[in-house]
Design a binder for this molecule. Structure first.
Ligand SMILES: *Cc1c(COP(=O)(O)O)cnc(C)c1O
Length: 354
């Protein structure tokens, strides 16, 4: 079976992780975590980075640090992983779902603008499959209405919108290192920000909200979390980060192979003057179930796009026609870094037969 994802592990990852297991204790318990955070911040161009156990936890901590709660609305595009709405609900806030653009599959600024109410506190743009949202327009709206921006850049390590890295426009940027993503720590994630106060608040909340200013220990000031990443995972993260440009190049090569062969189909597009990491090359097909079954019968695994979140029983269906169309037509094609041109040849042959 040709799988949709796939990662690359070399001696570097094994060496760093082994070192963390052997020596990463006592006074060295956070060496790799600290180094990974520092190098990640440097790579994306943020002042601060804080490593956590997942992209979901990164989003959750960001909203918690901004004191989002009952009565607050968080605007989310329909096409995203349910992690986005899952972190809004437990905080007591309300997710509001808006439409996406037909070309980038990211949040539609017009639909976003219409959804802003006096209760809106946060815009959560999503880098759908690595594609960049219209960050300039989104930031302009955030400025105009004085809203926070928490970027779900979970699948977008290596994506640049114009000359800025994904996740560095808003108050917080969130990333995922799940095994399906472009770089991995097994499970893992990162929160980045340029705001020292917000960073300090993330660190404080994620240490159970313990008051560290007191001379004694274990006095809790606020209900908190423990989402922080372990040093062993961070060792793997550091090794993968040192290879991120290699992964992006390979993903973009794979995308080019697809593009050259799937000329009559709609694939994901790149924003002008930007660089998409091409985490997944994706395609829109008229009959998704049939296309996926036919590919599967030839040993090729694919992934359907996420459903529009407002379709789920916990929410009310929304009139977001582009998302309701594209979400039901899209599939992610095998895009793991180990894929060869021969694999792509075979996949495209099957697609083009229909
Ligand atoms: C992967 C992903 C997440 C969640 O990341 P986890 O590390 O699995 O928690 C959230 N949002 C988007 C858009 C993603 O692609």
């Amino acid at each position: 079976m040709i799988l949709t994802g796939g990662i690359s592990i070399t001696d570097k990852e094994i060496e760093y992780v082994t070192d963390a297991v052997r020596k990463g204790w006592d006074e060295h318990h956070s060496d790799y975590k600290v180094k990974f955070e520092k190098e990640f911040a440097k790579y994306v161009g943020s002042k601060y980075a804080y490593a956590v156990t997942g992209g979901t936890q990164a989003l959750w901590l960001s909203l918690a640090a901004l004191n989002i709660g009952p009565g607050d609305e968080v605007i989310i595009p329909e096409l995203t992983y349910f992690a986005c709405s899952d972190v809004v609900k437990p905080l007591g806030a309300t997710p509001v779902f808006v439409d996406i653009l037909r070309d980038t599959w990211c949040i539609d600024p017009v639909s976003l603008n219409k959804a802003i109410t006096p209760d809106t506190r946060v815009i959560m743009p999503v880098y759908a499959y690595g594609n960049a949202p219209e960050m300039e327009e989104i930031m302009a709206l955030a400025d105009k209405y004085d809203l926070y921006v928490v970027e779900d850049a979970c699948p977008a390590v290596g994506t640049f919108y114009k000359d800025k890295h994904a996740g560095t426009f808003g108050d917080f940027g969130c990333f995922s290192f799940h095994g399906a993503k472009i770089m991995t720590t097994g499970f893992g994630g990162m929160v980045v920000t340029d705001n020292k106060e917000l960073y300090d608040r993330v660190v404080f909340l994620d240490d159970h909200g313990e008051d560290k200013s007191r001379p004694d220990r274990f006095w809790q000031k606020e209900v908190g979390y423990t989402f922080y990443m372990h040093n062993i995972n961070a060792a793997m993260g550091l090794a993968q980060l040192e290879r991120i440009e290699e992964f992006v190049s390979k993903k973009r090569q794979i995308h080019q192979w697809y593009k050259d062969r799937l000329i009559k189909w709609t694939l994901n597009t790149e924003q002008p003057a930007s660089r998409t990491n091409m985490w997944f090359t994706s395609i829109l097909v008229p009959n998704r179930a049939r296309a996926m079954a036919r590919l599967k019968s030839r040993g090729i695994d694919t992934r359907p796009f996420f459903y529009p979140i407002s379709m789920f029983p916990m929410y009310e269906n929304q009139d977001n026609p582009v998302a309701y169309d594209i979400c039901l037509k899209g599939i992610n094609l095998p895009s793991g870094v180990q894929r060869t041109e021969g694999d792509i040849d075979l996949i495209c042959e099957v697609i083009n037969e229909s």
